[in-house]
Design a protein around this ligand. Structure first.
Ligand SMILES: O=C(O)c1ccccc1NCC(=O)[C@H](O)[C@H](O)COP(=O)(O)O
Length: 261
């Protein structure tokens, strides 16, 4: 069983439990459920840097990244740095995140927020909206084409942007549909954790125009972004590189200044 299989198995149990505790009707009554969302895709199209900065305490590939920071400081720091959006990991067991982190980030900044989660049920999309997200992530390797269609159409009906993540050509071909806004190529192989920017480079030409291209994971230098930009990437998701420092907002700020110099 791969780590991804384990995460998905645990996620099904976790979502079933939450569904039994909080009914959909209650989620839909939350104040944030009625909030006007902000489009990350539009921000990326109009940006010269395209940074999506992540809140990430730990991960299966790095047991500890940073356990000492508070989400409010990270969100405010990222906003002051001028990032286009913030990604908030909400998985508890493997990443040390929570829906409360999303809520705190929402209360602390006006950035478009991505709920970074292993979405396997429509219920999690309703939660994303209710806890202040503007964008959801769908991971092609854990979903069927039918699920990608159902989930992305639900997200669009709630005015959420959809970032679809792929790692290879097969996942990309199965997923392309008009209800997606952004196509993300994950440079980290989620089975082996190997990271290679070549994955983004190789898949770029297969992504149809009209989708905002996002390169995800393993980006730790301005040079990496300059290498990826000629392949049409407008968004760059960066987690560990910022979060491993004492001040992720300041690190993002220095990074963006260097990129735009
Ligand atoms: O980061 C992991 O180890 C990981 C393992 C299994 C599934 C997903 C994983 N990461 C989620 C992400 O996509 C990254 O957090 C995100 O792209 C940022 O990556 P990085 O800049 O390398 O922290």
């Amino acid at each position: 069983m791969t780590i991804l299989d384990k995460i998905v198995k645990d996620k099904r149990n976790e979502v079933d439990l939450r569904k039994s505790l909080i009914p959909t009707s209650q989620i839909e009554k939350s104040v944030l459920f009625a909030r006007d969302t902000i489009s990350l895709a539009e921000r990326l199209k109009n940006s010269t840097s395209g940074i999506i900065a992540e809140h990430k305490r730990r991960s299966p590939s790095k047991s500890t990244i940073n356990q000492n920071l508070n989400t409010q400081d990270v969100a405010k720091g990222y906003e002051n740095a001028g990032v286009c959006g913030m990604s908030v990991l909400t998985d508890g067991k493997y990443f040390g995140g929570s829906l409360d982190d999303l809520l705190t980030a929402r209360a602390s900044c006006n950035l478009p927020l991505l709920r970074k989660e292993f979405i396997i049920d429509e219920y999690q999309i309703l939660e994303a909206k209710a806890y202040g997200a503007d964008v959801i992530l769908l991971i092609a390797s854990i979903l069927t084409r039918y699920e990608i269609k159902q989930f992305s159409e639900l997200a669009k009906s709630l005015h959420l942007d959809v970032l679809l993540e792929v790692h290879n050509e097969e996942e990309l071909q199965k997923s392309i549909m008009s209800s997606l806004d952004m196509l993300g190529v994950n440079n980290r192989n989620l089975k082996t954790f190997d990271v290679s920017l070549n994955t983004s480079k190789q898949l770029s030409e297969l992504i149809p125009n009209g989708f905002v291209k996002v390169s995800e994971s393993g980006i730790s230098s301005v040079d990496a972004i300059k290498e990826l930009q000629p392949y049409g990437y407008q968004g760059f998701l960066i987690g560990e590189s910022f979060m491993k420092t004492d001040n992720p907002g300041e690190s993002a700020s220095q990074f963006i200044k260097q990129l735009e110099a």
